[in-house]
Ligand binder design. Structure first.
Ligand code: ARG
Length: 465
């Protein structure tokens, strides 16, 4: 296309090179910002009418024209032209086609620089709200599981080795607490997303007496950005979101890893419904945990997007540079990946069924109550270090004779320490051990139920149960 058709063609005498035209265009990916671009333009036009720069008739024509364009786009009846470079110029050109001269006035006091920054912020704000809803759905699934499995004993691991008995409910609430921090981070990030660039124009502000507070109010932004240079060039909010997203994906990758281990034949701690697994084309016996594996794998692309955005902004001089067009693909990919992974988890977790027998059996294998025996000795007056030594000997006896601590007889234990009495077996059972961790944050079933109750109450209080 010759450059005359482009909105900025005035000072050009030669046509754009065809490759350069395609290379510099963003329409392929930024067209998904169309609803936000139109929302921003309607607010801008409404404000221009209020301050008398557009008359009522022009304002109405622009707004109706834009609404019609949105309908066309939603119906799939819109031709996106590469020669018109991006979503902003495509929509503006169509508006002028539709309504004539009034359409040429929409861009008064505005630049694509403040326009694109506004569009991304509107887009991201909406996506943060959707993502938060998915996080809440997942948190509820975990709270439900925690309540249902508050008494279910499993081995708690350190170094991937049996450490102390815990409850499955406690483990689910650990995941819940990680996601709870993620929700807090997203809501904090949203505050910095929700600031309006419009009025910054190209970089220096504009000579028109725009009512920026009015436009901000119309778009639900908390306030206009306070510096025009920063407003058009800032992408901190996108980086901050990518960092929040990376932490969420890191958490999901940890959950995934545990689910993958637990579903394996070696652990056998849980069963995942067939709907969330797939088979092997060669090994008929296989039921693979593809969903958690894929989520674990997808963490990588989200971390990559965070680095892409950081690197994009590194050393960029003020104010807008074309580099910034590169913010969209990593941001969109992060949003899409995160939403899909959260959805997969929120759909899957309500169907996870723990295999209680297998978990108890595993908890019994690793001398999980050794610390309880040491604590028992301390309560009877033995110094902790001496107690540690005595229990170490009991464990060695267990290893040599292939017995759990609870299976060693009282006379044998008394040989190691005469202070041990028959009440020792209360602490050597798995139930006694978990019940004794009865403090804030502890694994006692009573505490797990309490933690789940408080988490549910917080969700209700935030109005998002
Ligand atoms: N497509 C551009 C972007 O995504 C819009 C802003 C273009 N501004 C400019 N001065 N070339 O960043």
């Amino acid at each position: 296309m010759s450059s005359e058709n482009k909105p900025w063609a005035g000072r050009f005498t030669e046509a754009t090179d065809a490759f350069v035209e395609a290379f510099t265009a963003s329409i392929e990916f930024d067209k998904r910002l169309a609803p936000y671009d139109i929302q921003g333009s309607i607010a801008h036009a409404t404000m221009l009418v209020r301050i008398g720069i557009l008359n009522e008739k022009e304002g109405r024509a622009i707004i109706e024209g834009l609404e019609g364009i949105l309908d066309d786009i939603e119906r799939g009846d819109f031709h996106w032209a590469v020669e018109l470079e991006d979503v902003h110029m495509n929509i503006e050109a169509r508006l002028i086609d539709r309504i004539g001269d009034a359409g040429k006035k929409l861009h008064t006091g505005r630049s694509r620089n403040d326009q694109v920054a506004t569009d991304i912020r509107l887009f991201l704000r909406a996506e943060i709200d959707t993502i938060t809803e998915e996080l809440i759905r997942l948190k509820i699934a975990l709270i439900d599981l925690a309540e249902r499995e508050a008494d279910t004993i499993m081995p708690g691991l350190t170094h991937l080795q049996v450490a102390q008995p815990i409850t499955f409910g406690h483990h689910m609430m650990a995941w819940h607490d990680m996601l709870n921090r993620d929700c807090g981070r997203l809501s904090d990030c949203r505050k910095r997303v929700n600031i309006m660039p419009l009025g910054a124009a190209a970089l220096a502000g504009t000579s028109y007496p725009l009512d920026r507070a009015l436009t901000a109010g119309l778009l639900g932004f908390s306030h206009p950005a306070t510096n025009s240079l920063d407003a058009v060039s800032d992408r901190d909010f996108a980086i901050e979101f990518a960092a929040c997203a990376s932490l969420i994906m890191m958490h999901l990758s940890r959950f995934s890893e545990e689910l993958i281990l637990w579903i394996s034949g070696q652990f056998g701690f849980i069963d995942l419904p067939d709907a969330f697994c797939t088979g092997s084309s060669i090994m008929p016996q296989k039921k693979n945990p593809d969903v958690p594996e894929l989520v674990r794998g997808k963490a990588g692309r989200v971390f990559g997007a965070l680095f892409a955005l950081l690197t994009l902004m590194k050393s960029q001089p003020l104010a807008y540079n074309k580099d910034n067009q590169e913010d969209k693909e990593p941001l969109f990919d992060t949003v899409d990946t995160l939403k899909k992974c959260l959805r997969a988890f929120a759909d899957m977790m309500p169907h996870v069924r723990p295999n209680r027998k297998a978990m108890v059996k595993a908890a019994k294998k690793g001398f999980a109550t050794a610390t309880d025996l040491a604590d028992y000795l301390v309560r009877k007056g033995v110094a902790f270090r001496d107690a540690h030594e005595i229990v170490g000997k009991a464990v060695r006896l267990g290893v040599e004779t292939k017995r759990d601590l609870s299976e060693i007889s009282l006379p044998e234990l008394q040989k190691l320490s005469p202070i041990i009495a028959s009440d020792v077996f209360e602490v050597l059972t798995l139930e006694g051990s978990v019940a004794s961790r009865d403090l804030i944050g502890g694994t006692a079933p009573k505490r797990v139920r309490e933690a789940a109750r408080l988490a549910r109450r917080d969700l209700e209080r935030s109005g998002k149960p």
